[in-house]
Design a protein. Sequence first.
Length: 127
Amino acid sequence: MSGGSYNYIYSKLSMECEGEMHDEEMNVMIKDLCEVLHDLEWWQSGDYSEDQYRKTVSEFKKKWFNGEQKMKDNETLVELSEDEDEWYQKWYACLGCGCTFMVDNPKYCPGCGKTIVGCKEGDEDER
């Protein structure tokens, strides 16, 4: 099939941004990110193995994140919704599995069971 599952976003990003960042290091990072997006798209389209994609991601992280893994495999982040329901309850969205839930001070995502290690944007309650 040769890609297509993400509408060839890697190619569009490459054409629009590679060499256009006005910073050489950023130009290289965009090129490397396009390689990750390419392998993701080809894996999801059945053209590459998951192992190939994971290898490319690992190489990208080693180069750009000093090889440090920021979160453990059993951890996730949640995002606090700006909307409240009629009872002024806070709604959270897991950035790992995508489920939404309403719990005060959640410790675990009810969808994927991962430990919540942080809340993105607007939550004063640090974990």
